[in-house]
Ligand binder design. Sequence first.
Ligand SMILES: NC(=O)c1ccc[n+]([C@@H]2O[C@H](COP(=O)([O-])OP(=O)(O)OC[C@H]3O[C@@H](n4cnc5c(N)ncnc54)[C@H](OP(=O)(O)O)[C@@H]3O)[C@@H](O)[C@H]2O)c1
Length: 241
Amino acid sequence: MNSPVVLITGANRGLGFELARQIRRRGANVILTSRRDEDGRAAAAALEAETVRGSGAGKLDYCRLDALEPQSIHRARDYLASVHGRLDVLINNAGAHSSGDGAGLEVSAATCLEAFTNNCLGALQVTQAFVPLLSRTPGRVINVSTLLALPGMMGQLPGQYFAYRIAKAALNAMTAALAEELRPAGISVNAVHPGWLKTNMGGPYATDEVGAGADRVVSAAFDLPQQATGKLYVNGSPHAW
Ligand SMILES: NC(=O)c1ccc[n+]([C@@H]2O[C@H](COP(=O)([O-])OP(=O)(O)OC[C@H]3O[C@@H](n4cnc5c(N)ncnc54)[C@H](OP(=O)(O)O)[C@@H]3O)[C@@H](O)[C@H]2O)c1
C-alpha cells in the first residue's frame, strides 16, 4: 500500500513543524508548507538533516502556501496533484493571534476581521482547494483549534483573546458544517485542541510541550475511524460542542 500523503499548513515552526516530524516518523509522506519560502526551505532542511537513514521515515517535500493568498493555495494544489497525485490528510494548522486583541468591548472590528481571516477563512480556502484531491482516497481534514473557543469555556480568560476565540469558534462551526457536507463523500472533518503549548503563540509558561500537542493532532489525524467526523477532539475524545 502507498504511504499516506499529508499536507500541513504553517509548518515552518511551532506545532506545524513538530507535526511534520512526527507524521514522517509514522512513515507518511509530508508536504511541509510555509507562507515564506526561506523559512519553509530552512525548516524542511532541518528536518531532513535529523532524519536517520533506514529509519522508515516518510518522504518530505516542501511547497509554498499562504493560507490567505488564493494564488499560492492553487499553485500548491496543482503541484501536489502533479507530483503526488493525491492527498490523504489535510492539516489546517496555520493560525495567529492579532496584536490588537483583548476584551470584547475594546477590540476593533479590524482586529476581529484579521483574527477571523487568520484562524478561519484561511482554513476554509485551503480546504475548498484541496478537497477534490482528498476525495480520491477518501481523506481527512483536521483543523487545529482550541477548547477556549467553546461557548461553555468563555469563563476562562475573560477579557482576553476575544477576537482569536470568536474566530476559532467560527472554525469549530465550519468544522461541523463541512463535516456534514462531506459525509456523503466519506471525507471526515474534525477539529483538535492541541493543549496549551510552548510555542511562539503559547509562550514559555504554557503547560504542554509541543511534542505532546502534536501527538494529540496526529492521533486524531490517523487513529480515528473514518466515520468519526464533525467533532472537536480533546485529549483523544470528542468534546461536546
Ligand atoms: N500554542 C498553543 O498553546 C495553541 C493552543 C491551541 C491552539 N493552537 C493553534 O495551533 C496552531 C499552531 O500554533 P502554534 O502554537 O504552532 O503557533 P506559532 O508558533 O505562532 O506558529 C504559527 C504558524 O502558522 C503560520 N501561519 C500564520 N498565518 C499563516 C498563513 N496565512 N499562511 C500560512 N501560514 C501561516 C506561521 O507562519 P510564519 O512563521 O510565517 O508566521 C507559523 O508557521 C494555530 O492554529 C493555533 O491557533 C495553539
